[in-house]
Design a binder for this molecule. Structure first.
Ligand code: SF4
Ligand code: SF4
Length: 246
């Protein structure tokens, strides 16, 4: 058993694991309700401005942008991947290639521009056009649980303008309808001190690879990690994993 398999096996064991699982199920239900309402909101926006939606199934130029998500969204995506083994395996294969490309280009999403010290150079990152590792045959493989920022973006100018290298890119007309859940601090243990937000594919991979240790900000979440790791149900599996095979 490798560490990915171990983390999958113990993900929802014990007291904390159960709370984690219940939270993910509730979060996904809430997100899908939001997606239903979002369609209505987007239609209202377009009608009010007498505009037509340019986005269509199979259009994926926007899937090479920096995709941020909350830690709760990342946890729900991990849960979804654990329920969809084929998607999980595909992501584990695709991610290292994607991460290497992002790293080779200098991790621009972490390099702030001169005018903005708080965030990386997301415009330069977009120009690299590195497709999201969840993009498969021009479709999102985690569509049901995709981040709010992906679902909330629509444009009404020609789809070609969404290409960061298109001369009219800066003139594209877009609407970003987000959700109050972006500022959500609820979690399955104690509430977060402040919203935790990061680059979605990296966050998801870290949780798959390191288990709960990979959750960003885990050190500020009180005794969550120790209560989880030292739970007898979790320890049983870890001991089995560590036992040398004869
Ligand atoms: S935002 Fe642009 S690239 Fe993305 S689906 Fe809509 S038209 Fe296509
Ligand atoms: S999560 Fe899905 S919708 Fe969002 S960028 Fe990746 S492939 Fe595109």
């Amino acid at each position: 058993m490798d560490s990915f398999q171990l983390n999958q096996e113990i993900a929802y064991l014990g007291l904390v694991g159960n709370l984690r699982k219940e939270y993910c199920i509730r979060f996904i239900r809430k997100k899908q309700q939001f997606f239903k309402e979002l369609t209505g909101q987007q239609e209202e926006t377009l009608t009010a401005n007498s505009e037509t939606l340019s986005c269509y199934k199979g259009c994926s130029r926007c899937c090479s942008l920096f995709i941020g998500a909350s830690v709760q969204e990342a946890e729900a995506i991990v849960y979804y991947l654990y329920q969809n083994e084929d998607k999980l395996q595909r992501f584990l294969e695709t991610y290292p290639v994607w991460r290497e490309k992002v790293r080779a280009s200098g991790d621009l999403f972490r390099k702030p521009t001169a005018g903005d010290k708080s965030i990386g150079d997301l415009a330069a990152y977009a120009r690299l056009k590195i497709p999201c590792p969840f993009l498969q045959d021009d479709a999102c493989s985690i569509y049901e649980v995709r981040p709010f920022v992906c679902a909330g973006l629509i444009v009404t100018t020609p789809p070609e303008w969404c290409d960061p290298k298109h001369p009219k890119h800066s003139k594209r007309k877009r609407y970003i309808i987000s959700d109050s859940a972006l500022a959500d601090r609820t979690f399955y243990w104690k509430n977060l001190e402040k919203p935790v937000w990061s680059f979605m594919p990296i966050m998801v991979y870290d949780i798959l690879e390191q288990g709960m240790r990979g959750i960003p900000g885990i050190s500020r979440m009180g005794d969550l990690l120790s209560r989880y790791i030292y739970d007898p149900d979790v320890q049983d599996v870890i001991r089995r994993y560590e036992k040398p095979s004869v």
